[in-house]
Ligand binder design. Structure first.
Ligand code: CTP
Ligand code: MG
Length: 377
């Protein structure tokens, strides 16, 4: 369960921190994907704030998780509402959406320890000096024996639900381990991880960006496609229709340029090719708008936490002349990829009347995509 019903007041910004983008993906989606990647987790329940339904839908897209539950005025209430909605389970990990980076190793440690205790929390040592703050600096608080407690916190489901139900409604708690202990449950500790630090203040979003950037590697993907000219066909190139005596033949709209771009994008994330995602044998794709193929590849990259840095396309034909349409194609491809135009390059060449393109039998296109993806995905 991921609680995401807060307002993120201390972090500020236009939207609550769980809906801010880190590397092109919301903080909440990072947390959800970390859970989805772990083989031991069967279901994911997110708790959202009232009025956050649209932001939630945009953040989660078509990820296959339980429908969201509306949380309460405090974190404790949000957790309880989430637990009540889940109803029954063997174990539950209660996690803050505001902690986007969740290493699988932490989940492993929590689950191992759950075999012996009804509750387990990830902790880290305190490194800074701790002191009372009031009217000037007060007494130092000895930090021996103190730990910083993170989430996810793992519990036997029935035990933590009963503990929440027994907790007095007029008292607050900043985490669930407090509630578990008040109900007499033993709570074990395992090593946490610095990557799990919570986004709380405005500067923390930038720290999270930097953390992610350090894990990103650049990959390139190459795409190539050819379609033959045919009579009685429209000519679609780079997502726009170009007036020409002949069009291109193919199963979809035969937009050879968008097909090359789609394959370049899929190549960069090593996820097959256009034919494996949209089999030509499937009648569903007859006459299909190739913009859908590009959008699918774009969404796969976004889902993997990737960023498209640049796409360079070369269209190879004697006719039509591409120059007059270059700006329109660039604008259309930029729109499809949700990128600024400066990250799209459109080029064209003839083959000096040599070969099939030289004889005007068809059009070829090649594209190269530069993408950054998290190294551990
Ligand atoms: N949370 C929640 N319901 C609330 C309050 C908080 O689900 N009523 C969630 C937050 O969305 C966050 C986690 O609990 O994922 C930890 O809380 P916190 O860091 O305090 O987040 P916010 O309450 O949103 O931030 P702030 O206190 O600065 O307003
Ligand atoms: Mg709060």
């Amino acid at each position: 369960m991921i609680v995401a019903a807060g307002k993120g007041e201390r972090a500020g910004g236009d939207v609550p921190k769980q809906y801010r983008l880190i590397g092109g993906k919301t903080v909440l989606a990072h947390a959800v994907d970390a859970m989805r990647r772990h083989p031991a987790i069967d279901q994911i329940q997110v708790v959202i704030g009232p009025g956050q339904e649209t932001a939630y839908r945009e953040a989660i897209g078509d990820r296959d998780i339980l429908p969201p539950v509306i949380g309460g005025a405090t974190r404790r209430e949000s957790v309880q509402r989430g637990l009540e909605a889940i109803g029954s389970a063997r174990h539950v990990l209660v996690h803050d959406a505001a902690r986007p980076f969740l290493p699988a190793a932490v989940i492993d440690r929590l689950l191992d320890a759950l075999a012996h205790d009804p509750g387990v929390v990830p902790v880290l040592p305190v490194a800074d000096t701790l002191a009372q703050a009031g009217n000037g600096l007060g007494a130092v608080v000895p930090r021996d024996g103190l730990v910083r407690v993170q989430t996810p916190q793992a519990f036997s489901f029935d035990a933590i639900l009963a503990a929440h139900r027994a907790w007095p409604a007029d008292k607050e708690a900043t985490d669930d381990a407090q509630i578990a202990r008040a109900a007499g449950l033993s709570v074990a500790m395992v090593a946490g991880d610095a990557a799990l630090d919570k986004i709380t203040f405005a500067g923390d979003v930038m720290i999270a960006e930097a953390q992610l950037a350090a894990r990103m590697i650049v990959r390139t993907g190459l795409g190539f496609d050819v379609h033959a000219f045919a009579d009685d066909e429209e000519l679609w190139l780079g997502g726009i229709q170009i007036p020409h005596a002949r069009g291109l033949a193919g199963h979809s709209d035969a937009d050879v340029a968008l097909h090359a771009i789609t394959d370049a994008l899929l190549g960069a994330i090593g996820d097959g090719d256009i034919g494996s995602h949209f089999p030509p044998s499937d009648p569903k794709w007859r006459g299909a708008d190739s913009a859908r193929f590009v959008d699918h590849a774009r969404a796969l990259i976004a889902q993997a936490g990737g960023i498209i840095d640049h796409v360079d396309l070369t269209i190879i034909c004697e006719a039509p002349k591409i120059g007059p349409h270059r700006d329109a194609i660039r604008a259309r491809v930029a729109t499809l990829l949700k990128l600024p135009e400066r990250r799209i390059s459109i080029k064209a060449t003839t083959t000096e009347r040599l070969g099939f393109t030289g004889r005007g039998e068809g059009i070829a296109a090649q594209a190269i995509a530069t993408v950054r993806v998290p190294e551990d995905q």
